[in-house]
Design a binder for this molecule. Structure first.
Ligand SMILES: [Fe+2]
Length: 291
């Protein structure tokens, strides 16, 4: 029998080997957010991690960024990429590390879903009325929120596989969504679990809110409702169109309030999809970090 109610969330909080954000990643993310930080201060931390260093150099030398000569200096690579791109690389590598216990195909689909929602969130925002402008840091947070929205599913699959399996069996035999079935059966959801994890990671509050409320944006605190609404719509479109798969079955609903408040137009969905397809073709996250 599945242990119900708060117990599961409490048990999650007590797990000692919950995915942790490595200290170096935490420091890099903290420095990136601090406007007084110089690139060389950030690269001093990155240099300590050979995997991140290699990835930053690899992305800086990809056709989209490289000039005529090969970039071998981490400092130069970091300034060529810019802080927002560095943040995406660092966070993506942390997320990928946690994709365990899945077949290669499942990992690919999970990863594709996360990146597609991140790209789609950006596109949904740009098609909405009064979009968040590119100079607003919330726009970068939107990408991160899209990328991490389903991270709670990784914790459920990995640490509570028996409970998760039961949720899937019941979900498959009904019309209820995975989210609703989790609520009913576990008394918590992957959204809540993901938000708990992100809070442990000291990820910005806005990103925690996107993870926590991506299925119910109307429950989001006012300051983040728009971000949560954008991720809700982006997630629905990606699921509906089969852009990757995170394991969420029976997703038939999106927040209609979000749709109207964002001022989206159904006839523009094909254009949004086209934009995401274009972006995924050139997405460094899919092409150079892809599993
Ligand atoms: Fe979800």
């Amino acid at each position: 029998m599945v242990e119900k109610g708060k117990n599961l969330l409490e048990r999650i909080r007590e797990i000692k080997n919950l995915p942790t954000i490595p200290e170096i990643v935490f420091q890099v993310l903290r420095l990136i957010k601090d406007p007084s930080t110089s690139i060389s201060e950030i690269t001093r931390y990155i240099e300590e991690d050979p995997v991140i260093t290699a990835k930053v150099l690899q992305v800086a030398n990809s056709p989209l960024y490289r000039g005529t000569t090969e970039i071998t200096s981490l400092n130069y690579a970091a300034s060529r990429l810019g802080l927002a791109e560095l943040e995406k690389i660092v966070l993506s590598l942390s997320l990928m590390k946690e994709i365990k216990g899945m077949t290669r195909q499942e990992s690919r689909l999970f990863w594709r879903h996360c990146v597609s929602v991140a790209l789609m969130a950006d596109v949904v925002n740009s098609f909405s009325k009064n979009p968040i402008e590119s100079h607003d840091p919330a726009k970068d947070d939107l990408f991160v929120g899209g990328l991490l929205h389903d991270i709670g599913l990784l914790v459920l699959r990995h640490h509570f596989s028996a409970e998760y399996e039961q949720v899937i069996i019941i979900c498959e035999a009904s019309d209820a969504s995975l989210y609703e079935t989790e609520k009913e059966l576990l008394g918590t959801t992957h959204a809540e679990i993901g938000a708990t994890l992100a809070t442990n990671w000291n990820i910005p509050e806005s990103v925690v809110a996107m993870i926590a409320f991506h299925h119910e944006p109307e429950r989001s605190p006012d300051a983040f409702w728009r971000l949560a609404q954008v991720v809700n719509i982006a997630d629905f479109i990606c699921n509906n169109q089969g852009l990757g798969f995170s394991g969420e079955i029976n997703i038939y609903k999106f927040s209609e309030i979000a749709w109207w408040q964002l001022g989206l137009n159904i006839e523009e969905v094909p254009k949004m999809l086209e934009k995401v397809r274009e972006k995924s073709k050139e997405s460094l996250l899919l092409t150079t970090i892809g599993i």
